[in-house]
Design a protein around this ligand. Sequence first.
Ligand SMILES: NC(=O)c1ccc[n+]([C@@H]2O[C@H](COP(=O)([O-])OP(=O)(O)OC[C@H]3O[C@@H](n4cnc5c(N)ncnc54)[C@H](OP(=O)(O)O)[C@@H]3O)[C@@H](O)[C@H]2O)c1
Length: 278
Amino acid sequence: MKILITGSKGQLGSELVDFLSKDNKVYGFGHKELDITDKNLVINKVSKIVPDIVIHCAAFVDADGCESNIKDAFDVNTIGSGNVIIASKKTKSIMVYISTDYVFDGKKDSPYIESDIPNSISVYGISKYAGEQIVRHYLEKFFIVRTSWLFRRKGKNFVNTILNLTKDRKELRVVNDQVGSPTYVPDLARAISSLISTKYYGIYHITNCGECSRYEFTKKILEYAGIENVKVTPISTEELNRPASRPKYSVLKNFNLEKRKIYKMRNWELALKDFFKK
Ligand SMILES: NC(=O)c1ccc[n+]([C@@H]2O[C@H](COP(=O)([O-])OP(=O)(O)OC[C@H]3O[C@@H](n4cnc5c(N)ncnc54)[C@H](OP(=O)(O)O)[C@@H]3O)[C@@H](O)[C@H]2O)c1
């Protein structure tokens, strides 16, 4: 298959380029090569390649940054996605739109399934959900993949941030009232690869199984990294006082993925162990 990937220099984009290149002709475009806010450029690039599948990973993902740059958040996550969607429609390509647990408000106390109604509480989540809506209204053949708390060896993510902080701090204060599912990017790439080999279009939640708070996640990161001399103190989201509201509970259940027997994601702790092995 010919697969075009936007945001190909990001965490998920670069993993997908590596993984899918084994069996497919992959065209990865980073921000510099393909700014998704440039509609004509997007249409020209996609039309030249006529990909079977477009995997849209490019996004403005900094939730706090989105709060202070509302225009940029919507320009990239909604209008920019719209450009990729229009281009995919022209070439009749199947679209994979990567979305987020932040489309939910976090008021549920059991894992969110695909049919739960989103109600985002942040600019980032609203701008991503608006992109989802364009996909659903404009395209027939699409996969919307909602995932959460991504981590991998390379890239800006929670695990690497914690490991970096331990280099010059003896105490870390981490929120204990945000619960989610950490997701190892190589696992997500494998699941997406299986998903796109099917014709079961629709919305999918894909995260590693299990759940934890950011505080519990941090404790595990330090345990697996063998770091014993750093104290972790639980604090509340209120105490941290970040610009973007975050869902208190955003665990996603891989309901459709499992129901259709497409891929079984493993527990996040097993995945975290692998992170430290490589
Ligand atoms: N990270 C998470 O924990 C998480 C959780 C749930 C869902 N997601 C979703 O997963 C997807 C991938 O996230 P990720 O963690 O791989 O993010 P990432 O590492 O930040 O990658 C996103 C890429 O998009 C690029 N980009 C930003 N603006 C662009 C534009 N106007 N045109 C083209 N490219 C642009 C960025 O390039 P620059 O850095 O050069 O701007 C970056 O390389 C996103 O859709 C995100 O919403 C992520």
